[in-house]
Write a protein that binds this ligand. Structure first.
Ligand code: BES
Ligand code: MN
Ligand code: ZN
Length: 499
């Protein structure tokens, strides 16, 4: 995909197959729409009055308008002018991108980014535009016998005033990288669990390191994981014939300027359960296939590092992924088993389906060696989080006020929101075990919180935040598929840390 800007003022004589303009409700035209209406001698305004209600997300192509050179003018509804904001802008750009794909267009020009929003500067709107195009052109093709036609859209152009061009270009560059990162995250999520194994995730990290010179990949095998004494992680992976992988993918920024002190790295830890059957505490059959998405935390770490590397961010960022399957077998964890984590703390496995925390705890201990400025883990950790927040917000847990505010703000700006949930001490009581330092479950009440409390016990050496993405990482039903979240949130946070 090629993203670019265009600053020529002459919209009416622009030669393109599709020129998109914004229209508010009650016939209020954006500046670009007004200019085109004048060139068409009022044809557009008359058409809008009778044919277009301009609700947010609505889209109406009009072919061959008199006085306008573009092959078609695409009306995009922006809702009420007084309510117009970054979210409506994103919806309209999304509708445009979806239309372009449906109509098999190879190129489109959008005038939307130029319309001001109270809650987002131009650079953010350009980022959003590129991201929406990247999302609409996502294409899953790995496991069909016959190739499916790929989207034709190859060129996306923002029409913008000359003084705004450089901000728009910066936004497009960032949005394109975030979009490519999300596409990787979605592909890994969508791939079936017999293909997307721990080994496959490791290979993906290696491939990224080959593609981007700032990235270095290290994939630890079973023997090395044993040498690190990751007894909790290994207790889960032991139930499957598929070998585990412990992946470390490191972005080292291009030489920092002389005299500037190197900042401590930001570490991202992603849950990489490539299939979660529940183990001996086996899950019910319906929708169990969706547990192939239980590696979406890992996939979001790989997607984010891809974007970080493409943008050559100036902060060191390290991705850590414990990857394995959770299956029942003669060697699987049994309820009542006590395992010893890398930290030395012992854990009574009361439910083998609470395996995410069992693999993450050892990765969180491993993270200590990097003396990180912050550690953020990302995990499809609990069904309880889906009950609490639905599919809109990811759950955010942290006792570090800076991380909480930084991640919430990043989520808002990137339209990839998170909601802060509590992590108070009293919840820790629910993890009491009669036979080990802690149990791996705390009962049904506050399930997302007790899972986070469990992880907190392994994160005392650095500022830490936990994102539970069980409700946001994928969609169910007819549109089943990975969403690429929370790559936008993470990238916005990292961009903010580099600013
Ligand atoms: N991967 C699941 C969490 C999950 C379930 C995400 C459904 C999205 C949809 C996790 O490993 C799990 O099974 N958690 C259990 C924990 C329980 C046993 C304490 C859960 O949420 O039921
Ligand atoms: Mn589970
Ligand atoms: Zn799981």
């Amino acid at each position: 995909m090629e993203f670019s800007t265009l600053t020529s003022p002459a919209l009416a004589t622009l030669k393109t197959s599709a020129l998109a303009i914004g229209v508010f409700e009650s016939g209020v035209l954006s500046e670009a729409a007004d200019a085109l209406d004048q060139a068409s001698n009022g044809t557009l305004r008359a058409l809008i009055k009778t044919e277009f209600d301009a609700t947010p997300g609505s889209c109406l192509p009009i072919h061959a308008v008199n006085g306008i050179s573009a092959g078609r003018v695409i009306l995009l509804g922006l809702g009420k002018q007084e309510h117009y904001n970054a979210a409506v802008h994103a919806k309209a750009q999304g509708a445009l991108a979806a239309y372009c794909v449906r109509a098999k267009l190879s190129e489109a020009v959008s005038t939307l980014a130029a319309i001001p929003t109270p809650d987002a500067p131009l650079i953010a709107r350009a980022r959003t535009a590129a991201r929406q195009v990247a999302s609409a052109t996502y294409h899953y093709d790995a496991t069909f016998s016959q190739a499916r036609p790929a989207p034709k859209l190859k060129k996306f152009i923002l029409h913008i005033s000359r003084s705004d061009a450089s901000a728009a270009q910066a936004g497009l560059r960032e949005g394109a990288a975030i979009g490519a990162g999300m596409a990787l995250t979605r592909t890994l999520g969508d791939l079936p669990p017999n293909l997307c194994t721990p080994t496959y995730l490791g290979q993906t990290a290696r491939d990224l390191a080959r593609q981007f010179k700032t990235l270095k990949a290290e994939v630890l095998d079973q023997r090395k994981i044993e040498a690190l004494k990751m007894g909790s992680f290994l207790s889960v992976s032991r139930g499957s014939a598929e070998p585990p992988a412990f992946i470390v993918l490191r972005h080292t920024p291009p030489a920092a300027k002389a005299g500037t002190k190197k900042a401590a790295p930001i570490v991202l830890v992603g849950k990489g359960v490539t299939f979660d059957s529940g183990g001996i505490s086996i899950k019910p059959g319906p929708a169990m296939d969706e547990m192939k998405f239980d590696m979406c935390g890992a996939a979001s770490v790989l997607g984010t590092l891809r974007a970080v590397a493409q943008l050559e961010l100036t902060r060191e960022v390290i991705g850590i992924i414990p990857a394995c399957e959770n299956l029942p077998s003669g060697t699987a964890n049994k309820p009542g088993d006590v395992v010893t984590s890398m930290s030395g703390q012992t854990i009574e496995v009361l439910n083998t389906d609470a395996e995410g925390r069992l693999i993450l705890c050892d990765a969180l201990t491993y993270a200590e060696r990097f003396k990180p400025a912050a550690v953020i883990d990302i995990a499809t950790l609990t069904g309880a989080c889906v009950i609490a927040l639905g599919h809109v917000n990811s759950g955010l847990f942290s006792r570090d006020e800076g991380l909480v505010q930084g991640l919430l703000a990043a989520g808002r700006e990137a339209l990839d929101p998170a909601w802060h949930l509590p992590l108070d001490e009293p919840y820790q009581d629910l993890l009491k075990s009669n036979f080990a330092d802690m149990a791996n479950i705390g009962g049904r009440a506050g399930g997302a919180i007790t899972a986070a409390c469990f992880l907190a016990r392994f994160t005392t050496k650095y500022p830490w935040a936990h994102l539970d993405i069980a409700g946001t990482a994928w969609k169910e039903g007819k549109e089943k598929g990975a969403t690429g979240r929370p790559v936008p949130l993470l990238m916005q946070y990292l961009l903010d840390q580099c600013a």
